[in-house]
Design a protein around this ligand. Structure first.
Ligand SMILES: CC(C)(COP(=O)(O)OP(=O)(O)OC[C@H]1O[C@@H](n2cnc3c(N)ncnc32)[C@H](O)[C@@H]1OP(=O)(O)O)[C@@H](O)C(=O)NCCC(=O)NCCS
Length: 153
């Protein structure tokens, strides 16, 4: 039988050196404070950091970075390629990153998000994050407050 749709292929794995150029391009196209290739390399060499990539049949589709120390973790950057959004990739990255930092001993995951970033706020709320505070004028270009969000792992 021929079906009228394809089941999309997608995996999430630890990113490797040859992924960082593509991940930096996704970050540049997605973020006001993008991560450079050198930032990804530095995180991959940091024993207290983890870089995950999502990949579909066309190559890297998104990434999430986590830092962990003692029982807390921080998510400094997450992005999904524009053409791949709305397919659950952001949720999957968040869930796999949460599992990975929990395995390293973290019991709380923190992040900052622009207060106008409705897609990211909805993603985080849907995945169990609550607002823990506000950082005034945390962002530049344009100036904006950040919500600090936290999830118990
Ligand atoms: C935020 C981002 C990572 C979400 O990735 P994604 O793969 O599209 O997210 P998902 O498909 O897993 O969506 C999960 C939920 O988030 C919410 N969501 C995602 N995109 C949304 C949008 N444009 N508007 C409103 N809600 C949205 C929905 O609740 C969605 O659940 P649903 O599909 O069941 O309704 C992506 O939009 C992105 O890369 N944005 C630019 C970079 C960025 O802002 N990063 C976060 C910085 S703090």
């Amino acid at each position: 039988m021929v079906y009228g749709y394809m089941i999309a292929f997608m995996t999430v794995k630890v990113a490797e050196k040859n992924d960082f150029g593509a991940l930096a391009a996704i970050s540049l196209a997605s973020m006001s404070e993008p991560w450079s290739e050198a930032d990804f390399v530095a995180a991959s060499e940091n024993p207290f950091a983890i870089v995950l990539k999502a990949e579909d049949e066309n190559g890297p589709a998104g990434y999430a970075v986590g830092y962990f120390a003692a029982d807390e973790a921080e998510l400094p950057s997450i992005a999904v390629k524009a053409s791949c959004r709305g397919r659950g990739i952001g949720s999957r990255l968040l869930s796999e990153l949460s599992d990975a930092v929990r395995e390293k001993g973290a019991s709380k995951l923190f992040l900052e998000v622009r207060e106008s970033n409705e897609a990211a706020l909805a993603l985080y709320q849907k995945n169990g994050f609550i607002t823990a505070g506000v950082r005034k004028r945390f962002y530049r270009d344009p100036d904006e407050d950040a919500f600090v969000m936290m999830r118990l792992l």
